[in-house]
Design a protein around this ligand. Structure first.
Ligand SMILES: Cc1cc2nc3c(=O)[nH]c(=O)nc-3n(C[C@H](O)[C@H](O)[C@H](O)COP(=O)(O)OP(=O)(O)OC[C@H]3O[C@@H](n4cnc5c(N)ncnc54)[C@H](O)[C@@H]3O)c2cc1C
Length: 390
């Protein structure tokens, strides 16, 4: 059965083959054991970095491969399709973009080659806060200029991979919300060197969660960071973060496509093998049709992911397509997950089949990094011209 797309002139076939070969060394038991121990896939992330896959979006002049988002989607899809979980390291691909697009030449020279080589990890992205939720302009973490430093106070939540990253891209308020004309003004982006900050005003506390995601709470208590940690201009950080969101949406969507393909293959294999009432369960249309529907939904979502990536790489506007790709792909992966679990009956609940682990993991994508409702309101307002709802 075609676990892959029907699109057979894939320009990234070589990349896919190479990622598949790498992932074959990290089989289901590897991910299962990590999940049980809530441990970070250190060896996998190191090898992915050393093989150059995590730096495909970094331009060649800074030590990366200088490829486009379409190439990056091929990498992430293959990781998920192999049964792995690239959320341990995917953020480096897209948050690096803020530094690349808005950082000074000195910042780019100082960090990008070392990120590309794996000497430094930029895996942590501190945006979400406990009290503001999706309403990012209401974040309370503030950075106040004091001589040649900024002093940071506040708290982030769900800052994934903070314990496994050297650097964090941090969004903080530099001008209070009631002192700016528009609510998105007065926010700034900083590149925080967490190696220096830890224990000097920065505290990281792991959050126990439904999935093995290395996610944390981060506390800033009079943390002093050098003034040159600021990326771009003070007060324009919200726009810089928004700039990176299309790439983020497209890359996450490709992970969902990879998950969906894993679930569909797993369900199909099991439906062919499992004998009940003296015949394979897959002979029943009640088992076949839901798998076929999930397959069709995945193919349709994949086309949207590919279109969004092509527009992005051509430098054309792609906000609606990136958002729709993320929504449709996360729904397709959840549909495939549910069908796969149902196809497995009771065995779907046994950890050794990996279905329940991937089921938990893929559910995240309808909530983070942006929840489906917010995508729908984006489409309603910006594509259909309906009134703003919030
Ligand atoms: C495992 C995990 C990892 C994460 N990693 C990171 C990370 O690395 N960095 C980071 O900054 N954040 C991270 N997040 C946070 C994630 O981006 C947020 O959880 C997500 O954006 C939703 O925000 P919230 O949880 O505050 O939900 P809320 O904003 O409180 O929303 C709750 C619910 O209400 C709905 N809702 C809210 N407002 C509206 C509205 N106007 N109309 C309709 N519905 C609405 C939402 O869609 C959602 O379903 C992570 C979260 C998780 C669970």
């Amino acid at each position: 059965m075609p676990a892959d797309s029907f699109i057979d002139d894939d320009p990234h076939a070589d990349i896919r083959d190479a990622v598949r070969a790498l992932c074959a060394q990290y089989p289901a038991e590897y991910w299962r054991d990590l999940d049980r121990a809530s441990a970070y896939p250190e060896a996998f992330v190191r090898e992915l970095t050393e093989s150059g896959f995590l730096s495909v979006l970094i331009p060649e002049e800074y030590g990366g491969a200088g490829l486009g988002v379409a190439a990056a989607t091929a990498i992430l899809e293959e990781i998920q399709k192999s049964g792995g979980n690239s959320s341990a390291c995917h953020a480096q691909m897209y948050i690096m973009g803020s530094l690349l697009r808005h950082g000074s030449e000195a910042q780019k020279q100082a960090y990008l080659p070392r990120i590309a080589s794996g000497e430094l990890r930029l895996q942590a992205f501190g945006v979400t806060e406990p009290t503001s939720g999706t309403d990012t302009t209401r974040i309370r973490t503030q950075a106040v200029r004091d001589g040649d430093a900024y002093v940071v106070n506040g708290q982030k939540v769900w800052t994934s991979r903070a314990e496994h990253s050297d650097l964090m891209l941090l969004l903080a308020r530099t001008t209070p919300r009631d002192k700016v004309e528009k609510r998105h003004q007065g926010l700034s982006v900083f590149l925080v060197d967490m190696r220096q900050a830890l224990g000097n005003g920065l505290t990281i506390r792991p959050i126990e969660a439904m999935i093995n995601h290395a996610t944390t709470e981060v506390f800033f208590d009079d943390l002093r960071i050098p003034a040159d940690s600021l990326i771009g201009e003070e007060g324009k950080g919200f726009r810089y973060i928004l700039d990176g969101m299309n790439a983020e949406r497209i890359l996450i969507a490709s992970e969902c496509i990879g998950d969906a393909r894993w679930f569909i293959k797993k369900a199909t294999d099991y439906a062919n093998e499992r004998q009940v009432f003296g015949r394979p369960i897959g002979q029943n249309q009640g088992i076949q049709f839901p798998i076929a529907k999930a397959y069709a939904a995945t193919e349709a979502a994949d086309l949207m992911v590919r279109q969004a990536a092509a527009l992005f790489d051509a430098g054309r506007p792609c906000g609606p397509q990136a958002n729709m790709a993320k929504m449709l792909a996360s729904e397709a992966s959840w549909q495939a997950a549910d069908v796969c679990l149902q196809t497995h009956g009771g065995f779907g609940f046994a950890t050794e089949y990996d279905v329940e682990r991937k089921f938990r993991e893929t559910r995240l994508y309808q909530v983070a990094p942006i929840s489906t409702n917010l995508i729908l309101s984006h489409i309603a307002e910006h594509v259909l011209g309906l009134p703003r709802s919030y």
